[in-house]
Ligand binder design. Structure first.
Ligand code: MN
Ligand code: MN
Length: 321
């Protein structure tokens, strides 16, 4: 695959994520029945929803990706301090929506000055897994251990739970394989199957997943079911958002994967035109800038502590846990 081709896929993944967020936000927290009664099939970006959004507006799902991406560009890699500061800045801007666990993590940083949150058995929400794309793009070409560690550590700024860690790592790997040109079947038989083998919680066949909650297992299962059944970008996204529940987040993650797999030409023009054009431009620009970091081989995983970092500390930082 040429450089140009994967950079184009990175842009499609980023815009696809924003499109999925904008499409799903209208029906977030509705049941499939309520969606059917209101819209028949919900298949257009129309705003509204419980957040009373303008048509084309995105929510925290897209905004936190952009904030994380800015932190990566600012530092030339993943530095949890820069990530925590970027999330803090974002929260000060009074975003339209903030997840409970995300808010608590940012407040933890403000009060304690620590960029990582402690373990919490209730932190298995999808708020960290929804924002792996900037890491996946910027760390293209890095070894798998670095990619996994970077995906996991960006997550730990707000979520410290083994299922959130697992979803962050695997969605980052799946996104990278898609950017590298893997087909739907190759993804399902490769990293998606490996994810399910390692974490049976994420098994997505032989069960129904309607009205998925914000629990990261529900999110991953709904996304994988729609991806497995979809034939193109539009059918995948329409499937997942009409399941209702946390539809902007399942829409965003599905849009990332489907955008990378099917490319920008597969994203319906009516959705691209309805999307907030400033957001669309920012997603494209950031995708290209993050890809440039990867192409120059400059992505770094920064150590946690100050300047004097021993090899052991640095090794611990990037090892699996
Ligand atoms: Mn949202
Ligand atoms: Mn959501």
């Amino acid at each position: 695959m040429s450089e140009q081709e994967w950079v184009a896929r990175a842009e499609a993944a980023y815009v696809g994520l924003a499109v999925g967020d904008a499409l799903g936000a209208t029906v977030e927290f509705m049941t499939p029945k309520e969606i059917a009664a209101a819209y028949g099939v919900h298949d257009s970006i129309r705003g509204g929803g419980w957040l009373r959004l303008r048509r084309g507006a995105v929510t925290d799902d897209t905004e936190m990706n952009l904030a994380l991406g800015e932190a990566i560009l600012e530092r030339g890699g993943l530095d949890v301090w820069a990530v925590a500061r970027a999330f803090d800045r974002w929260l000060r801007g009074k975003p339209v929506d903030v997840g409970h666990t995300v808010r608590r993590g940012i407040v933890h940083f403000r009060i304690n000055g620590e960029p990582l949150v402690p373990y919490d058995s209730y932190a298995a929400g999808n708020g960290a897994a929804m924002r792996v794309l900037p890491v996946a793009i910027a760390a293209m070409g890095c070894d798998e251990g670095t990619v996994r560690a970077a995906c996991r550590w960006q997550g730990r700024v707000t979520h410290h739970h083994p299922l959130s860690d697992a979803a962050c790592e695997w969605l980052g790997i799946i996104a990278q394989r898609a950017l590298a040109g893997a087909s739907r079947a190759e993804l399902l038989n490769g990293p998606v199957a490996q994810m399910v083998a390692t974490h049976p919680e994420f098994a997505y066949t032989g069960r129904s997943c309607l009205n998925p909650s914000g629990y990261v297992v529900d999110t991953v299962v709904a996304v994988m079911q729609a991806f497995a059944q979809g034939r193109d970008f539009a059918s995948t996204l329409i499937d997942v958002v009409n399941r209702g529940g946390d539809a902007d987040t399942t829409g965003a993650i599905s849009g990332m994967i489907a955008g990378a797999v099917y490319g920008s030409a597969a994203i319906p023009r009516r959705w691209l035109e309805a999307l907030d054009q400033t957001v669309r431009r920012r997603c494209c620009e950031q995708a290209r800038a993050l890809a440039q970091l990867a192409l120059e081989g400059r992505f770094r995983l920064f150590p946690l502590s100050g300047p004097a970092v021993t090899a052991k500390e640095s090794g611990d930082y990037s090892s699996s846990s």
